[in-house]
Write a protein that binds this ligand. Structure first.
Ligand SMILES: Cc1cc2nc3c(=O)[nH]c(=O)nc-3n(C[C@H](O)[C@H](O)[C@H](O)COP(=O)(O)OP(=O)(O)OC[C@H]3O[C@@H](n4cnc5c(N)ncnc54)[C@H](O)[C@@H]3O)c2cc1C
Ligand code: SF4
Length: 304
């Protein structure tokens, strides 16, 4: 078993204390810990202080909004979300996406906020420290070369959070809180094309709520992965059919999910195939994953 490096745990019960603690560059927020703690054991992150969200007020509420939407607290677990009656009735693809994450045990601890803020992943990065040292680390952690694209200057690690493509197609916005106040950001503006700085979030900001408008289209979530549990998807697709035609958001193919549109399932699939360019961040070959983009997007759209 891999041991933790020493750290201290703070469990503030006021937002003022939490923001003070998070002002320390050596501090890091922890929600369910299902992604952060394994990464700490791998020495990917070495925070001196973990700031727990567990006792902070207002993070576990669900409210109906006047326009027929929902406001969901970032501290709700994926299992709670997948079982919530208004989510199952009005956003069934979100409930389905939550139920595909990892395993039921992990879903019972993992939070919505942690899923949206999930780190990007790569086969050269999500490894124990000794494994990474064997290849000299990489640009994203402890090294100076990208093993996926050695001549490039960037990192292409993939964002693989299951809830994100569905929330994106539903037009969700997130509320980010800091000592300076709150701001909202559309999910479609949350991610950047850089595997190291993939979040358009400022230091110290905490995601407190997700604002979901009333559903305007039917949305479907598909996940291609090696085994039917535990494994992350090597390709995530959410597709929708609404008054404006078909749309799809494809994820796990780079730091930023990619949106395409088309007037038929075939044209949507061709648009995705032309736009999405997976790289060698996964065990599955990139050329095969590219072919699977067309297959998975068409399947998703045809099922709508
Ligand atoms: C075996 C295994 C399989 C997995 N499979 C999947 C999978 O298939 N799909 C998938 O999507 N995920 C998967 N995960 C990852 C993880 O379980 C989920 O993404 C989970 O939702 C993360 O939430 P958390 O509350 O545990 O986040 P944490 O681990 O607590 O935090 C993750 C990151 O988000 C930050 N953070 C957390 N909450 C907030 C907030 N409210 N505001 C600002 N920053 C915040 C933390 O600082 C940290 O950097 C898997 C994990 C494991 C161990
Ligand atoms: S894409 Fe390159 S820099 Fe980024 S994690 Fe993978 S190997 Fe490292």
């Amino acid at each position: 078993m891999l041991p933790f490096a020493p750290f201290s745990l703070e469990t503030p019960d006021t937002w003022a204390t939490a923001h003070d603690l998070l002002a320390d560059p050596g501090a890091r927020l922890v929600a369910g810990g299902t992604d952060l703690l394994p990464s700490m054991k791998h020495r990917i992150f070495r925070p001196g202080v973990l700031v727990s969200m567990r006792r902070l007020p207002g993070l576990r509420t669900v409210e109906e909004t006047a326009d027929g939407g929902l406001t969901i607290g970032a501290g709700l677990t994926l299992r709670e979300l997948s079982r919530l009656a208004p989510v199952r009735a009005r956003y069934p693809a979100l409930a389905a996406a939550c139920a595909t994450v990892a395993t039921p045990t992990i879903q019972a601890t993992a939070t919505l906020g942690g899923n949206i803020m999930l780190d990007t992943r790569c086969v050269y990065y999500n490894q124990p420290e000794g494994w990474r040292a064997g290849i000299g680390g990489c640009l994203k952690c402890d090294g100076s070369v990208c093993h996926v694209a050695p001549k490039g200057k960037g990192c292409y690690a993939a964002h693989s959070a299951d809830t994100v493509p569905v929330l994106w197609l539903h037009g969700a916005r997130v509320v980010l809180a800091s000592a300076d106040g709150e701001r909202t950001l559309p999910m479609a503006e949350m991610y950047q094309d850089d595997g190291i700085a993939w979040l358009a979030v400022r230091p110290g900001e905490v995601l407190t709520r997700v604002l979901l408008p009333a559903p305007a289209a039917t949305v479907l979530h598909r996940k291609a992965r090696t085994r039917a549990a535990i494994d992350y998807g090597y390709l995530l697709v959410a597709a929708s059919r609404g008054p404006e035609g078909y749309r799809a958001v494809v994820s796990a193919v780079g730091p930023r999910p990619i949106e395409v549109s088309g007037d038929t399932p075939e044209r949507l699939a061709e648009a995705a195939y032309a736009t999405v360019q997976p790289l060698g961040t996964h065990l599955q070959p990139a050329t095969w994953r590219k072919k699977m983009v067309r297959v998975e997007v068409r399947r998703a759209a045809e099922l709508l």
